[in-house]
Design a protein around this ligand. Structure first.
Ligand SMILES: C[S@@+](CC[C@H](N)C(=O)[O-])C[C@H]1O[C@@H](n2cnc3c(N)ncnc32)[C@H](O)[C@@H]1O
Length: 426
């Protein structure tokens, strides 16, 4: 790519153009960048480039002749190239990444003309200019900054200038979206952490998170861009997920964890029913028989082993916690428990549908751990079905580790469960 910038101030421009990435590409002959002094092409002894405007008014206008002679000169030095003469002007079309892509793709030689003063004689534009480009809806004193911006944006898209096309194809405005947020070391800076997913090393998860962030921040920061963005199937799925995230209940009031009473049984049964249906919908063969029946919950309430979490006066979650050693846990296979002291077992967890994703389930486990600790337990143990992904994700998120397999009594249905444990810090 060859770029000639026609200007009255070539020295400053040259210094900037030959620095850093563009400078290195020019030294490797991938780019040829020149700043040409328009004044060198005047035909008067004073080397005058401007004159008063016909019709009166403020300032001076750049004359057509030196501009045309300058354009002719740079064109003669580069015959046969696919060329575009562009006048930098606040009256042009606004320059965009899309236009930068087209210019990099369709031309080998750009001639960028910088006006000054009141602008240039209109006849020069008519005779010599292919296109006018504006940096935005504001007026600069000269076209130099605009020409620099166009040269920079176009040149970085020329093959070989950046190390890989991925350097720019993932950036803002490439496909109508803004880029995802970026982070570098250190991991924690002024109490602000780099998002967990970026530290986890799972590239598929990272890519998914980043795409979601691109959609989210474009929608928030640049709604007018987002309105023109056409999402594909994957993006539509991510957008639906974002909407679900936003609909999720935010916990703004205090939660109360207390032992359930017989008066809570109706609400508790409802939560168990909701959870059973949820598991059925997700084809998890757990709780698909009678267990846990209303009688089981009533018995746990009577034994003081059933707890409810109440939010804004209503029962929002339930769990059972027992300090009784579990016979089936003693027969763990494919692994072993880590703790050997007294432990608490958590069973029959259910969160009201409306609170899913609100963080309530995490709080429920935290409450169970507090209760277990207060009773001298050194660990909490939980089992769940291997296909119960939300429960397994919750357990992992809350620091539980997979220990092996246990069997539960659910005749007809799949009795195998994955066993998790969290050793409690004292
Ligand atoms: C003061 S301006 C002239 C503005 C002109 N009288 C008008 O009102 O349209 C001087 C020069 O700066 C450049 N310029 C000013 N604003 C610009 C913008 N937004 N984009 C690109 N070039 C600009 C043009 O080259 C222009 O000839």
């Amino acid at each position: 790519m060859k770029i000639d910038i026609l200007t009255l101030f070539p020295d400053n421009m040259n210094a900037m153009l030959h620095e850093s990435i563009l400078g290195r590409a020019a030294r490797r002959s991938i780019l040829e960048l020149n700043c040409v002094q328009i004044r060198d092409f005047t035909e008067n002894r004073q080397r005058q480039v401007d004159d008063y405007p016909y019709g009166g008014g403020w300032g001076c206008v750049m004359m057509a002749q030196p501009l045309k002679s300058c354009v002719d000169h740079v064109m003669a030095r580069a015959p046969g190239l696919r060329r575009r003469v562009i006048y930098m002007s606040p009256q042009g079309k606004t320059f965009t990444q899309q236009r930068a892509r087209e210019l990099a793709r369709d031309y080998d030689h750009l001639v960028l003309v910088c006006g000054h003063y009141e602008g240039v004689d209109e006849r020069f534009i008519e005779a010599c200019v292919d296109e006018e480009l504006s940096l935005g809806d504001f007026v600069l004193t000269g076209g130099e900054l605009a020409a620099m911006a166009v040269a920079d944006a176009v040149c970085r898209l020329v093959p070989g200038v950046l190390s890989d096309a991925a350097c720019y194809t993932g950036e803002s405005h490439w496909d109508g979206l803004l880029e995802y947020p970026q982070y570098t070391r250190p991991e924690t800076w002024e109490c602000r952490e780099v998002p967990e997913v970026l530290r986890g090393g799972n590239q598929a998860e990272i890519d998914r998170w980043r795409r979601k962030q691109m959609l989210l921040r474009t929608r928030e920061k640049r709604p007018e861009l987002f309105a023109n963005f056409v999402p594909d199937e994957k993006d539509r799925a991510l957008l639906a997920e974002l909407e679900r995230d936003e609909r999720r209940m935010k916990l703004t009031e205090p939660l109360e964890c207390r032992p359930a009473t017989p008066e809570d049984l109706e609400a508790v049964d409802l939560l168990i029913r909701q959870a059973r249906n949820y598991l059925k919908r997700h084809r998890v063969d757990q709780w698909q028989g009678d267990y846990p029946a209303s009688e089981d919950m009533a018995a746990s309430i009577a034994a003081g082993e059933c707890y409810v979490l109440c939010y804004a006066g209503r029962v929002a979650a339930v769990f059972c916690l027992t300090m009784e050693p579990q016979a089936n846990y003693a027969a763990i296979t494919d692994g072993k428990w880590r703790s050997d002291g007294p432990y608490a077992a958590v069973h029959r967890c259910a969160v009201e549908a409306q609170f899913r994703g609100s963080g309530l389930a995490d709080r429920m486990l935290a409450e169970a751990e507090t209760l277990a600790r207060s009773r001298g337990c050194s660990a909490v143990r939980v089992d769940t079905h291997r296909y119960n992904e939300p429960m397994k994700a919750l357990l992992r998120r809350c620091g539980y580790q997979f220990r092996g397999h246990v069997l539960v009594e659910e005749p007809i249905h799949d009795p195998r469960r994955q066993a998790f444990e969290k050793v409690l810090r004292t």
